[in-house]
Design a protein around this ligand. Structure first.
Ligand code: NAD
Length: 253
């Protein structure tokens, strides 16, 4: 039996890949043969993640990237093509979560929340599409959230950015199918990462708060999300586009 290396020869961009879920995706893709180009604001963590992948025998690069700046994304795409020759897979994953209820969030909170999560996702796709077309096609896997379809009053604007991302993903999937580009989203449930800027006590409270809500009885990890992203990025999913995959321990069932 020949072992299947599911992204052998592919080149992938992962935004927000310096840490958390994005790092999990970058590492998993590299394990399966992809060259990974990480775009993130965090220079130290981004460089460390790329180094860690290379140390394990993978191929990875990091470029400081702000997903709200088109020129940064152009440079990220250019790096993928110059370092590895092409672009096959794009994972718009960078995101922020501004906590707060609807009445107390500010206009700046709203602008920032939508700017990074929604506009950053759209721009990442927009700036990468020409390279995917030059490649003859590819796959886009967007990180949405279980919060796209489940109200969370304490994150009054975060969920709406993810709901917008899901409909955007479907519009994009229909637009680019003729170019052999597939586009899907993953919708993770609660996962302990630095997204929430937790203290140790807050982290425990988060685990205690969410565990009873998850039919499987435990919180997920970045690897749980990465394994589904891997399937959607690979050619095994050649007939899958315009879909949202819950990776949430049954939370939204
Ligand atoms: N952790 C969860 O419970 C959870 C659940 C559902 C969805 N998500 C989504 O998963 C994605 C990853 O989040 P995470 O939990 O790993 O959090 P994280 O904070 O560990 O990772 C987010 C990454 O995005 C980067 N980033 C933020 N703004 C950026 C910008 N303007 N340009 C480039 N990079 C930027 C950060 O530097 C960070 O490395 C986000 O889109 C988040 O909304 C997380």
């Amino acid at each position: 039996m020949v072992r299947l290396v599911r992204l052998e020869g592919k080149v992938a961009i992962v935004t927000g890949g310096a840490r958390g879920i994005g790092r999990g995706i970058a590492e998993r893709f590299a394990e399966e043969g992809a060259a990974v180009v990480i775009g993130d604001l965090l220079t130290e963590e981004g460089a460390q993640t790329a180094e860690a992948i290379e140390k394990e025998g993978g191929r990875a690069s990091y470029l400081r990237t702000d997903v709200t700046v088109p020129g940064d994304l152009d440079a990220l795409v250019a790096l993928a093509e110059s370092a590895y020759g092409k672009l096959d897979v794009v994972v718009p994953n960078a995101g922020i979560a501004i906590a707060g209820d609807i009445e107390h969030l500010t206009v700046d909170d709203c602008r920032r929340q939508f700017e990074v999560n929604f506009m950053g996702t759209w721009l990442t796709c927009r700036q990468a599409l020409p390279a995917l077309r030059r490649n003859g096609g590819g796959a886009i896997v967007i990180t949405a959230s279980a919060a796209a379809t489940h109200p969370l009053p304490q994150s009054g604007l975060y969920g709406p950015t993810k709901a917008a991302i899901v409909l955007f993903m479907k519009n994009l999937a229909l637009t680019v199918a003729k170019d052999h580009i597939r586009c899907n989203a993953i919708a993770p449930g609660p996962i302990v990462t630095d997204l929430y800027h937790f203290t140790a006590a807050q982290e425990q409270a988060f685990v205690d708060r969410w565990t009873p809500e998850l039919p499987v009885g435990f919180l997920g990890t970045p690897l749980d999300v990465a394994n589904v992203a891997l399937l959607l990025a690979s050619d095994e999913a050649r007939w899958v586009t315009g879909s949202v995959y819950a990776v949430d321990g049954g939370f939204n069932t």
